[in-house]
Each structure stands twice: as C-alpha cells, then as structure tokens.
Design a protein around this ligand. Structure first.
Ligand code: NOJ
Length: 581
C-alpha cells in the first residue's frame, strides 16, 4: 500500500481573513454564458440569467464559478475571439451587471474565475484594425505577427502551417491602398490573429486587463491556450512537417508551443496576482506533456494547470490508477493541487463518451498508451473520442450515465480541484443531431464539415420541462434544443428522488463536509477496482468490472447508483464508505 502526504491543505488565513488556499480543493462549475440562462429573452444566455440562478449554484454546492468569455465578440469562435478585453458583450450584459453578479456570488460564498484569452484577439479588436490601417513596418503591426508572403509577388503564405481548427494558419490582408499585402498568423480561426508577446505594449495591456478584473472583484483566471502565448519566429520559417516532427526542437524551444520564456510573462502576472489579498488564482489550459505542465502550475507561474488525462481516459481501472497516481505526483512536485475534469465546452460530454461502443482494440490501445507513459496527444483515438463521438449511433445512454456518475463521484473524492461543466449535474448527453445550418463552431466550417465540432456540448440548459426553450429563456435558443432535453430539465430532477441533480448536490455537500487535508492512500481492492482512502477513514471504491465486487466494511455515505444488495459494489458504480474507526 502506498501512502502519500501531499502539501497540507490547511486553511491558510490571509490578512483579509479569507482562506488563501480556497482553490486547492475547490469544486469549480464552468458556465458557458451564452448557453446557461437567458434573462432578457433574446435567445442568448446572459449575466441577468446567471444572476437569477445564483441560488441554484449555491444549492448545488460549488465553491467557485468559472465563466467562459463574455466579452464583446463577433462570435467567430464562441467568444474566444475577443474584441475588447475590458468590457461585456452588450448581448450578455453590462459592467454594472457584472458587479452585481460578483456581489451575489460572493454573498452566496461562491468565488468567480474568468477566462483570459492571451494568445489571440479578434480581428475586430481596435489594435488589429489599427494594424491593418497603419501599414507594413508600423508599430501597430508589431503588436501582431505579420510577415511578408513568399514568391515574387508575396502571394504565397510565409509558411504552410495549419490552424488548429483546420485550414491555413496564415491569412493575407489587403493593405490600406487596396493592394494585396502582408500575412498574419492565427493559430485558430482567421478571425483570431495571434498577439506578438515580444511587444511591450501587448504585455502592458494584458496586465491592465488582469488588474481591471481583479479590481472588480474576480478571484482568479482561467488562461486560454496558455502554452502558445510566447513565440519566436525565425527569419526563415520551418515547414508544418518540421514543426510537428517529434524531437525537432529541444523542450522549451519550439517556435510556437510551450516556450520557456512564457513563464517570464506568467511571473509578471503572478506578481500582480499576489498584490491582491488573498492572491488571485490562475489555472492554465496547457496541452503539453505532463512533465512540462508542472511549470505552469508552479507558485511563481500561474499556480495550477488543467490535467486533461482523465477526460481522455476510457472505462479502465488500470488507466485510472495510473493517471491518478501520476498526477498526484506531478501536483506534489509543482506545489499545486491537481485538477480533475471530465467535461467542458470543447469535448463530447462524458455521459455520452462513456456510453459509446468502441472496438476492444481501440480501448486496449488507449489504455496501453497511458500505461506506457504516453501523452494524451498520442491517444490512438484522440480526435474521434473527443470531437466526433456524439455522432456515433451506438450510444447507450443508461450505461453512459451510470459510468459518468461513477467517475464524477470518484473524482470528487480525489485531492485537488474538481471542475464541472454546466449540465453535467443533469447528466446531459451530447446533442449530436444539430442541423448543419445551425452549427456555430468554426471547426465545422474550416474542415468543411469533416469535423462536426463542439456545438453539441454547448446546447442551452433545460430548466423546465416545457416552455419555448425549456426555461432557458422566453425565445428559442441560439443553438437548437432537441425535444428530449425535457427529460433532463432541472425542474424534473429537483422533484425526482435519485436524479442526477440530487446525486450531485448530495455528493458535493458530502465532499465539502469530508474534505480536510490532501492526504491520499491507495487501497488494494482487487482487479478492476479503483479504491483509495482520504483522511478520517473516507473511502472511495469504483467497480470497473462487469461483475459486482465486495464492498469494504463501513457505512455507505453515497453511491452513484442505488445499492440493491448490501455489502457489494455493483458494476459501473462508485461508493463512498466511512470506515469504522
Ligand atoms: C481553448 C478554448 O477552450 C476553446 O474553446 C477555444 O476555441 C480555443 N482555446 C481558442 O481560443
């Protein structure tokens, strides 16, 4: 049996009287604002809608809310194309409503984390428009990554790089005099030009943005594609093949991904965060090898980094064991706590993923990759699993929901922060059948439909069993809601004993009662079972087998499925047990 004692999570009182360690084991609920609740009846979720649901969040028992972007945006990428970092999209609300939301959340004991998008702005940002107007060689162009094209007339892109959403990563502009001109880099859609972080004005402006929101009372930030921000483009650009070739660059020296000097930027941010009391928190979205992730999570950098390993795990006890073990080690090394996440606005919802039928070969390969220490990017089925799974006809909804509840309960017992995505507390499946004409995700358009994209996990929340948009608002919603969504409505689940909503509420309440330090100890419970002990005899046992297994002695605190026979843990189930001490 292995015992670990992670950094103590003891309450560390800040001079403000608040716990500076609140984030280490927080349950954080992600709100995708345009799809949560529509307060003004225009079909788009907004701050008024969120304000009206603060009681719901409090009853759910979350410690913090992370809000995806709410900034003015032409919505080329669901708001991750920011026109103005220090304002609110008028369709979403006003700064006064933002202040009201902060006050309401804080009064309910809920912290607020907001999304910061530092890799790129939108092409509507005033600095990008100024760059277009100012011409080549101007200081305005220096804030972005412009290059001359290749070929005699510059009509060829500076490199053959592909954007993450598909299609080219360099786009040519028209110069102010109407002639075809320079090219700019966009790691994502063409409406999302990448910032030049070597430019001091860009650095200073982001510090201003972080301070703007810090002064408005936010408690922390989620940093979008934190690993792509620093870039060093050599005079002759490498090809796409070279950029992707394993081992082509020493760690930290790739021209566009995970450069070492990105931490100089985050050190400046950290210095700013630490001027607040308690210090502001930050969590990096950094899709980098685990070894490199640690740097983003260090206390002198952002302080925490998303671990997406369980999000990519299949239904496998050895894979879960290895991922948990590795990530607890990594967290201990960085001095941060780990993060656990199964769903967010970018992936197929986990209630669907765990109900999909994959061939044994695919499943075996996925587990073997993890056991061999390979990174998520090497997942043999990575893209399908994450982005197109919802279209597969083999979804077994009951199985998917049983397993989703089991893994969520397991993760709530782990040391570290649990990140939840709106709607998972309702057991919402992915919505696969969105008509092409209603899709919004740039991935769909830039791959000409080859990838259906992420709209299926962004369908507006059903609050009531009837009504135009199931209580989301008074008009039909910006993404279409299928009729079957009514089955999952909050109204129905509040009234139904054993519903997924009631299960989440109980689990999160128990979690906050049981959490103390971050100690963790594996418990041997036989093949196909993931079991561990937390302080004061709190056991979590998950049965990944197809047969029941004996339950450890003790008092059952909660189970992810009804236990019909005492003394056993059924298949596809997690049970929390209080040991007799
Ligand atoms: C990651 C975000 O989670 C995703 O939604 C967005 O499309 C990209 N970053 C680009 O900002």
């Amino acid at each position: 049996m292995m015992t670990r004692s992670l950094a103590a999570a003891d309450v560390r009182l800040d001079p403000s009287g608040e716990d500076a360690n609140w984030w280490r084991q927080a349950a954080v609920y992600q709100i995708y604002p345009r799809s949560f609740a529509d307060g003004d009846g225009d079909g788009i979720g907004d701050l008024a809608g969120i304000i009206s649901r603060v009681d719901y969040l409090a009853a759910l028992g979350v410690d913090a809310v992370w809000m995806s972007p709410f900034y003015p945006s032409a919505l080329a990428d669901g708001g991750y194309d920011v026109d103005d970092y220090r304002n609110i999209d008028p369709r979403i609300g006003t700064l006064e409503q933002f202040d009201e939301l902060v006050a309401k959340l804080h009064a309910a004991g809920i912290k607020l984390i907001i999304d910061i998008v530092p890799n790129h702005s939108s092409d509507q940002h005033e600095w990008f428009r100024a760059a277009l107007a100012a011409g080549p060689g101007s200081p305005e162009r220096e804030r972005y990554l412009f290059r001359d094209g290749l070929g005699v007339d510059g009509s060829l892109p500076p490199a053959d790089w592909q954007s993450i959403f598909g299609g080219p990563a360099w786009t040519r502009i028209t110069e102010p005099d109407g002639t075809p001109g320079q090219w700019y880099l966009h790691t994502f859609a063409k409406e999302q030009p990448d910032w030049n972080w070597s430019n001091p004005e860009v650095r200073a402006d982001f510090l201003k943005t972080l301070k703007f929101w810090g002064d408005r009372g936010v408690n922390g930030f989620r940093i979008d594609v934190a690993h792509c921000v620093a870039k060093d483009l050599p005079p002759t650009l490498p090809t796409e093949a070279e950029l992707r070739r394993a081992g082509a660059y020493p760690p930290g020296q790739h021209p566009v991904v995970d450069r070492d000097e990105v931490h100089e930027i985050y050190a400046e941010w950290r210095a700013l965060f630490n001027t607040y009391s308690p210090p502001l928190t930050a969590v990096a979205e950094a899709w980098v090898p685990a070894e490199r992730r640690v740097r983003y999570a260090q206390p002198d950098s952002l302080g925490q980094a998303f671990n997406f390993d369980l999000l990519q795990a299949v239904w496998s006890a050895p894979q879960f064991n290895k991922i948990i073990s590795d990530n607890l080690d990594l967290a201990a090394r960085s001095g941060a706590s780990s993060t656990w996440v199964f769903s967010n606005h970018d992936v197929v919802r986990h209630a669907t993923r765990y109900g999909l039928k994959y061939s044994d070969d695919v499943l075996r390969a996925a587990v073997e990759a993890t056991l061999a220490g390979k990174q998520a990017a090497d997942h043999p089925n990575g893209k399908d699993w994450l982005l197109t799974g919802g279209t597969q006809p083999s979804e077994d909804r009951d199985l998917g929901l049983r397993r989703a509840r089991a893994v969520s309960l397991l993760s709530f017992a782990l040391p570290g922060s649990a990140y939840l995505y709106q709607g998972e507390e309702l057991g919402l499946p992915e919505v696969a059948d969105i008509p092409d004409g209603r899709r919004q995700d740039p991935t769909f358009f830039r791959t000409e439909g080859a990838e259906i994209g992420r709209d299926g996990c962004r369908i507006p929340i059903p609050w009531t069993v009837s009504g135009t948009s199931f209580g989301f608002g008074t008009q039909s919603s910006h993404l279409p809601q299928p009729g079957w969504l009514a089955e999952y409505a909050v109204e129905r689940q509040e009234a139904a004993a054993g519903s997924t909503l009631q299960f989440y509420r109980t689990a999160l309440r128990l979690r906050s009662e049981l959490l103390s330090g971050e100690e963790f100890e594996w418990v041997k419970a036989g093949p196909g079972v993931v079991a561990f002990r937390r302080p004061h005899g709190w056991l979590s046992v998950t049965n990944f087998n197809e047969q029941p297994v004996p339950a450890p002695e003790g008092l059952v605190l909660i189970a992810s499925q009804p236990l019909t026979v005492s003394g056993i843990v059924p298949p596809d189930t997690t049970v929390w047990i209080q040991e007799n001490t």
